[in-house]
Design a protein around this ligand. Structure first.
Ligand code: ZN
Length: 238
């Protein structure tokens, strides 16, 4: 399996506090634990030519991870269209945290905005497993506790997920659909909420386990091309 971890890579270069947590970028940390899990990983960032998502890179990507926050608007529509086509044709996509506001997530959700409530107050988050037996939960306990995270709260303006894997509770009282699978064409998309840039969430072993499982789960399978349009009878009278 080949994974490409894409990151806008802005906060980690611009803010010393965030650089201290992710010196080589959030993508480098995600790439490291995926690699250690035996996955073939490359990284791509917004400032690379074609946002690092050339045809050659995408041809060699089974699953794309997406982290973005302040530069969603700088991703050209042509790149979004290209990624969208790949997902519809079976490339897996893992959308992380503030990636809910990315163009690609909006396009796949079929909406123009995906709003939510938020607050940077270092609340405790507890992710409760909902879909017992789901492959993304393999090897995990019934809950994951994150001592400090950014809060996201409902209502989360998404279409009804095809599979709801996690719901989060926050110490401020909010709840949030934190792990959601959407199916679009041949593709599977997993949205995973935790991963704010100012807290070391991607170093938490249970979070890493979720993302390793998610990569395996959303990886596409090779299915045949189907015929559409006028069709001769499949069964004919003798
Ligand atoms: Zn955030």
């Amino acid at each position: 399996m080949k994974v490409t971890v894409w990151n806008e890579f802005a906060h980690e270069r611009e803010d010393e506090n965030i650089k201290a947590i992710y010196p080589d970028g959030i993508h480098a940390v995600i790439a490291k634990f995926l690699t250690e899990a035996g996955i073939d990983v490359t990284t791509a960032t917004l400032d690379m030519p074609e946002c690092g998502l050339t045809d050659e890179v995408l041809d060699n990507t089974d699953v794309l991870f997406w982290w973005g926050h302040v530069r969603h608007g700088d991703v050209p529509d042509e790149i979004v269209e290209k990624v969208y086509e790949r997902v519809i044709n079976g490339m897996g996509l893992v959308v992380l945290h503030s990636g809910h506001a990315s163009k690609i997530f909006h396009k796949l959700c079929g909406t123009t905005t995906v709003n939510l409530k938020w607050r940077e107050s270092n609340d405790k988050e507890i992710l409760w497993a909902i879909d017992q037996g789901h492959p993304i939960l393999e090897g995990l306990d019934e809950k994951i506790i994150i001592e400090h995270e950014e809060t996201y709260g409902e209502h989360f303006q998404i279409p009804q997920p095809d599979e709801l894997v996690f719901i989060s509770w926050f110490s401020g009282g909010e709840v949030f659909r934190s792990g959601c699978v959407f199916k679009r064409g041949r593709g599977k998309i997993f949205y995973f909420r935790p991963g704010h840039e100012s807290v070391p969430t991607y170093y938490i072993p249970e979070v890493q386990k979720v993302l390793i499982n998610a990569a395996k789960y959303v990886k596409g399978t090779k299915s045949a091309d189907y015929d559409y349009g006028w069709a001769a009878p499949t069964v004919t009278a003798e």
